[in-house]
Design a protein around this ligand. Structure first.
Ligand SMILES: Nc1ncnc2c1ncn2[C@@H]1O[C@H](COP(=O)(O)OP(=O)(O)OP(=O)(O)O)[C@@H](O)[C@H]1O
Ligand SMILES: [Mg+2]
Length: 207
């Protein structure tokens, strides 16, 4: 089993969007995938409840009440959706237990400021293992000033941007139906699927 945690204490940064779509990617690749919802609001599990049974299966799992880390060992991949405000000893326990951490950040000064402490904490706790952390620039066009600002901000953390995902209603529309951009029919999501390739390659890299 390999585990990817999607985390950022800033609310609304795109954690659940990233986690559900990543689970959808693995399901469509025929992996046995578990989506672990660590959020008491259970957005990921609510989304999963809408998923049609004929789509590639994703197993839902609520981890929001456990005091200690629990992982679905039977899965090929576990995708963990962390809640806003996730920090402290619980965050540390999960950081140790997962193979990769994905941090979605929206390139606004408010979001970057709110994420700064979190990135500093990660840098301290994971020193020497920073390679397991990747940033996902959310709702962004890579050629804009906003993208430059985000790159500048991240430079002194030494954490790579592993994907740039554009702002599109495609994510909103598929989510409403319990789907992901990786589920058929995929034609209209072609551009978005392409944007995930760097992230997918990074997940496959050896640490
Ligand atoms: N690339 C995108 N394009 C358009 N809308 C997006 C994109 N990514 C996320 N959104 C929208 O932004 C909103 C917040 O996203 P999401 O719920 O995934 O964030 P979150 O970090 O899980 O929030 P919370 O901290 O409350 O758990 C949602 O309405 C989602 O549909
Ligand atoms: Mg969420």
């Amino acid at each position: 089993m390999r585990a990817v945690m999607v985390a950022n204490p800033k609310g609304g940064s795109g954690k659940t969007t990233l986690a559900t779509n990543l689970a959808g990617y693995f399901a469509n690749q025929k992996y046995n995938v578990s989506l672990c919802d660590l959020d008491r609001q259970q957005s990921a599990l609510r989304w999963l409840a809408f998923r049609a049974p004929e789509l590639p299966a994703i197993t839902g799992y609520f981890g929001g009440n456990q005091m200690s880390v629990s992982m679905p060992q039977e899965a090929d991949w576990a995708v963990l959706d962390a809640p806003a405000g996730f920090q402290g000893y619980k965050l540390n326990d999960y950081l140790r237990a997962v193979d990769r951490v994905l941090i979605p950040i929206v390139p606004s000064i408010f979001d970057m400021a709110a994420t700064e402490d979190f990135l500093n904490t990660l840098r301290q706790d994971l020193s020497g293992r920073l390679a397991k952390i990747g940033i996902v620039a959310m709702r962004i066009d890579p050629r804009t000033r906003a993208a430059n600002m985000l790159e500048e901000f991240l430079r002194h953390f030494d954490i790579p941007i592993v994907a740039y995902l554009r702002n599109t209603q495609n994510y909103v529309n598929v989510a409403a139906a319990g789907q992901t951009i990786f589920d058929p029919p995929r034609a209209r999501n072609k551009r978005d699927i392409e944007q995930w390739q760097t992230l997918i390659a990074w997940l496959g890299k050896k640490k």
